[in-house]
Design a protein. Sequence first.
Length: 88
Amino acid sequence: MRAGLAATISNWPPLTELLQPISARLIVEPRITRTISLAHSQHKPLSFAATCMRDLVRGLLIEAVRDERWKGSLIERTLEDELSTSDE
């Protein structure tokens, strides 16, 4: 890629770090999407360390999206959403 001999499909942040100047195109059709999820058991409580890591990673992802360092949109879940999901 750096030598201009290949192309890749990748997230935006790694491209900006790898290639200067960058030449990129948005793929419109077919639309490529992905959902990044942080998941844990609702039947086994998280340890203090696991809770800290979950909160740290979540915070970093939210910050990266809001600062436009990660091209994406946030799907905010409230405590009420989480409680209704656990009842199913």
